[in-house]
Design a binder for this molecule. Structure first.
Ligand code: ATP
Ligand code: MG
Length: 352
């Protein structure tokens, strides 16, 4: 890592143009400006995870508040869970924000001092791209773990985001893995066994986050068998809940036959567009259905989020002051605090 890399990143939204004219980076939902707090309102961030900047703040006030926020990111330490928490990020629907959620939650946790392992289980290799790790064909990858018995420790790479964040990349080889696995012994347990070995040798790992492809094939099945918790990102769009029954059914089948410790513990609303009524309706419906499993912060649709992977980055490093980054930081913080609060939780999120 270079010195420049270790420096906090300053929001491009505010460094290249005033935030007011850029029209982004400012939560719309901020309330009246409290006296004496300058540009930063704590009203909408009770967790203190990040500042909400008042719409009436001057461009200089915004820049100051965001720069402060960016500097603070790396200084805070979030609570460690009592045991390694293993998440599978799954939704067989394509493009709902699985990868974006996996890498940004992982980056947020890693930047706050937690030990995180991301496993890219999607042949598209999008998580590897976003974390900036090598994943050309020929690179040691999750394919070698699943089909050649390689050890996770030997193929995991440290991501630039944080020294405590590692990623097992996916290469194009993985595209054939679903079929190749079919004829293998213990085909559903391959990832679980590799992960058990890894966690035995490094019990200090706080979070494992597995990014799944948009299908319910053998790769996703391996992820569900290896994990203890399922994180479902749900896009605030038409047909958001369509197909969820199939995912929940699969989770139930895995719980009853292959991995009794698995549970859906977390739901995250993604790509929320506050200008549409539909987004609110979907959010209400999801909260009505999943209750407390839904994280309080909702991820807004934000162009910085979609730009970041093009630069081999998460939005948290690409533009830490953007609304997308702030929301992912808040979501990750809540996830970490829930894990710590349930101090008696075992690896499955189930009461011991
Ligand atoms: N909050 C957001 N705001 C704007 N764009 C977003 C947001 N979240 C995700 N995107 C973009 O939407 C697209 C789909 O997101 P992502 O790749 O995370 O979904 P996915 O569920 O992993 O997709 P797949 O099923 O193909 O694996 C990507 O181009 C991503 O950059
Ligand atoms: Mg993906």
């Amino acid at each position: 890592m270079t010195d420049a890399d270790s420096e906090p990143q300053v929001s491009r939204e505010t460094s290249t143009e005033p935030a007011a004219s850029a029209g982004v980076g400012v939560p719309r939902e901020t309330g009246a400006r409290p006296p004496g707090l300058g540009a930063v309102s704590r009203e909408t961030s009770p967790s203190g995870a990040s500042p909400a900047i008042h719409p009436e703040a001057t461009p200089i006030e915004r820049e100051a508040a965001q720069a402060l926020h960016v500097r603070n990111i790396r200084q805070q330490q979030w609570p460690k869970p009592a045991h390694s928490r293993i998440f599978t990020v799954a939704n067989q629907k394509g493009g709902v924000g699985k990868t974006t959620t996996a890498v940004n939650i992982a980056a947020a946790l890693g930047l706050h001092g937690l030990n995180v392992l991301v496993i890219d289980l999607d042949p598209q290799g999008n998580a590897s791209t976003a974390l900036g790790v090598e994943h050309r064909v020929g690179t040691g990858s999750i394919y070698d773990v699943l089909l050649s018995g390689e050890r996770i420790a030997d193929v995991a790479q440290v991501a630039e985001v944080a020294p405590t964040l590692r990623c097992v990349p996916a290469t194009l080889d993985l595209a054939g893995a679903d079929i190749e696995l079919t004829s293998q012994v213990a085909r559903e347990y391959r990832l679980q066994r590799a992960l058990d070995t890894y966690l035995e040798s490094d019990p200090d790992v706080d979070y494992v986050i597995i990014d799944c492809p948009p299908s319910l094939g053998l790769l996703t099945l391996n992820a569900l068998v290896a994990a203890r918790e399922v994180l479902i990102p749900i896009q605030c769009e038409y047909y958001a809940l369509e197909g969820l029954a199939q995912l929940l059914n699969t989770v139930e089948l895995v719980t009853s036959h292959l991995n009794p410790k698995l549970a859906v513990t977390t739901v995250l609303l993604t790509m929320y567009d506050s200008r549409t009524k539909l987004a609110d309706q979907v959010a209400d419906e999801v909260r009505g259905h999943f209750g407390d499993l839904v994280l309080t912060p909702t991820i807004p649709r934000n162009v910085r989020v979609s730009e970041a992977p093009g630069f081999g980055q998460t939005v948290i490093t690409y533009d830490a002051g953007s609304r997308g980054a702030i929301s992912y930081l808040e979501a990750a913080r809540e996830l970490a605090e829930r894990g710590a609060a349930a101090g008696t939780m075992n690896k499955g999120g189930n009461e011991q």
